[in-house]
Design a protein around this ligand. Structure first.
Ligand code: ST9
Length: 619
């Protein structure tokens, strides 16, 4: 048995029974992907993920990609090559891409469900396969001529990278120094060094299309300071014939180092040097110098991907822990602890193990629902766009939820993997005989790349709530309030609804406190102190986590309600257990997790600037 334990039953339950995806599958732009096809795809991807894709996950960690500093090349291990090939040959990566570039349009919810399976089985396969999703974004942003590049990326299976980060420009992308010099033929020559570039160099595809942010030089009106002065360029590894895709000269962009990392070791994290001694040719994306906004279309996909990866890893971590716990016999039942002759029991009999397993289950399944619910907002956006309309609220709610998926999802997953999933195995969890130590190492990056948790917290409050003037958060709170006020069939979830209502109230009060801090920092108002903005900054991550808990608690209860209805009818033994577990997980979360928000609120209420006033020497 491979390391990866998927949960297709829960994916299908969430997609079809809870989120009603049959309503969109097979309709409008998704005509060729109906419900039956979607189920078939999921079953096939699930099998492929567990068997072929997961096969080299461990070996690829132990013998990662090899960098040759002389040739400046990266060779991936054979296992990775085989797993990657299995995914490419399956053709399923076409699902969700537009027709115009050779794809099969499908709802984003289906695509993210598929993504969960691949990311859980072997994140490296996904990280070396950014070409398709980036080509779809490029197609949207490109000129007609450049759209040929997007098509070639699909046709010839070219990989892609996103290049923002530099040695002195990490979270602060606007500090980037890479320059772009205009050329008489309309191209640009780029010069600079990019850092932490995922899959920047490798031997899995004949060409790599790098999407690079750089600052134009010597052109009036563009190239100013900060993120707004950045433009986006297509920078291929090999120049090519834009009509046939035939490769030409090597372009001046090289991997000049590959990092040694704690996790996801198979994914080559490269330092890229551009235009050092030979020209690095780039093509401005579209006809506008609007690099940061363009790049954020890529970043949004990537943030969703990171959250999905983390959550998928937690789910497999939980299921591995569960399997171990069912088999591991240790100690007597607590009721007979004093009796040294009492029979030894499986550790699932021990209360603390039960606590841990149910906590893992509730978070893993609740956060899966969070990912898929967020994806339904993307479905709405796609449907509206196909009808020539614009679903403003779906866009806003998707934007609001992205930092929760990424920031909250990765934090909760990484902590739970270490503190609960690995812990369930006791000392064995620390061994490389089991996959969880690798999961912990591989999942840590999810709280870091694509914007750290601190960045997600700031994005959530300042951009997705304040700049949005609270529109999306008000809509979402309205949905939750409506649910709290409704009744389930037999009143079994009454107490949990009330707990959700209380937690929502705590979160709303926290939001009020944050606005209070912000207003008291307004330099334009009288009697304020600009340093009060620190009080906001001290609490943005807390708010993100609190609202994440409320949304997950709500989605779990929605699932429980569906399970309750199903149990009222005839169900198989397997479904009886499944639905019973869904209700139990929702109740557990409502009773064990949501009440903690009261403490978070109290901590926030008591915020002062003492820690900011402290001289740094006192730390
Ligand atoms: C990295 C590599 O870490 C990791 C590789 C992972 C691999 C990726 C794989 C991807 C796979 C994808 C799979 C797809 C699957 C298929 C799916 C198909 C369905 N939202 O606030 P301002 C824009 S890479 C949107 O003033 P500062 C906006 O244009 C490195 N846009 O910021 C805005 O203008 P305006 C990752 C946003 O103070 C402008 O930026 N690095 C958003 O100038 C300026 O905004 C990072 O993630 C947003 N949330 O700069 C950087 N935010 O306001 C982290 C900003 O007029 N740092 N814009 O609209 C940050 O995010 C900073 O907050 C900052 C600050 C750079 C934005």
């Amino acid at each position: 048995m491979g390391h990866y334990k998927s949960n297709l039953r829960d994916i299908e339950f969430t997609l079809f029974e809870v989120l009603g995806r049959d309503e969109v599958l097979g309709h409008g732009p998704f005509e060729e992907t109906d419900g039956e096809t979607a189920r078939h795809i999921l079953a096939e991807v699930d099998r492929l993920a567990r068997e072929d894709i997961a096969a080299s996950f461990t070996d690829d960690d132990r013998s990662p990609a090899v960098y040759d500093p002389e040739a400046r090349t990266v060779t991936v291990p054979d296992g990775m090559r085989t797993a990657f090939r299995a995914w490419m040959d399956s053709g399923f990566w076409h699902v969700g891409l537009p027709h115009e570039i050779g794809g099969q349009p499908a709802p984003a919810s289906l695509v993210w469900a598929m993504s969960e399976l691949v990311l859980g089985a072997h994140p490296g396969v996904y990280l070396y396969n950014m070409g398709p999703s980036f080509s779809a974004i490029l197609y949207r942003l490109a000129t007609q001529e450049q759209q040929k590049v997007a098509r070639l990326m699909i046709e010839r299976e070219w990989n892609a990278t996103m290049q923002l980060t530099e040695p002195d420009a990490g979270s602060d992308v606007g500090a980037g120094k890479t320059k772009a010099f205009p050329q008489p033929d309309g191209t640009w020559h780029l010069q600079g060094v990019k850092r932490f570039i995922t899959a920047g160099e490798h031997d899995l595809s004949e060409n790599i299309v790098h999407l690079v942010l750089a600052r134009p030089v010597g052109v009036e009106g563009v190239g100013g300071p900060g993120t707004k002065g950045l433009s986006l360029f297509i920078v291929p590894k090999y120049l090519f014939d834009w009509d046939t895709g035939e490769l030409g000269a090597r372009n001046g962009i090289y991997a000049t180092n590959v990092e040694r990392k704690m996790g996801i070791k198979v994914s080559a994290t490269c330092e890229m040097t551009l235009g050092d001694g030979e020209p690095c040719v780039g093509y401005l994306v579209g006809e506008v110098h609007d690099g940061i906004a363009q790049m954020f279309q890529v970043i949004e996909q990537a943030r969703m991907m990171v959250g999905t990866k983390a959550i998928s890893t937690l789910s497999s971590g939980y299921l591995n822990a569960l399997e171990y716990a069912k088999e591991r016999v240790q100690g007597a039942d607590l009721t007979r602890a004093a009796d040294k002759t009492a029979p030894r029991v499986a550790i699932t009999a021990h209360p603390d193990v039960r606590r841990s397993l149910m906590t893992q289950k509730a978070f893993a399944e609740g956060m899966r629902a969070l990912v898929l619910y967020t994806a339904t907002m993307q479905d709405r956006v796609l449907l509206a766009s196909a009808a020539g309309e614009h679903d403003d609220m779906a866009e806003r709610v998707n934007d609001l939820l992205l930092p929760i998926v990424k920031g909250y999802g990765s934090e909760r997953a990484w902590v739970l993997l270490g503190s609960e999933s690995l812990q369930t195995l006791g000392g064995s969890g620390f061994l490389q005989d089991y996959p969880i130590e690798q999961y912990v190492r591989d999942a840590k990056i999810d709280t870091l790349y694509e914007g750290t948790t601190a960045i997600q917290g700031q994005d959530f409050f300042f951009r997705k709530i304040v700049k949005d003037q609270g529109q999306a958060i008000t809509w979402l709170a309205g949905q939750i309030t409506e649910f709290v006020g409704s009744e389930d069939e037999d009143g079994r979830l009454k107490e949990e609804r009330a707990l959700l209502g209380t937690a929502l109230g705590e979160a709303q009060a926290m939001l009020g406190t944050m606005f209070g801090f912000l207003m008291s920092a307004n330099p334009q108002a009288e009697g304020t102190d600009v340093r009060n903005v620190y009080k906001v900054g001290l609490n943005t991550t807390r708010l993100l986590m609190a609202i994440g808990d409320v949304v997950v608690g709500w989605l779990l209860l929605r699932q429980a309600e569906v399970a309750q209805r199903a149990l009222a009818g005839e169900v198989s033994d397997a479904d009886q257990a499944f639905y019973t577990g869904k209700i139990a997980a929702a109740q557990w979360f409502a009773r064990q997790i949501l009440p903690r928000l009261a403490a978070e609120r109290a901590v926030m209420d008591g915020t002062d600037n003492a820690v900011m006033d402290l001289p740094i020497e006192a730390f």
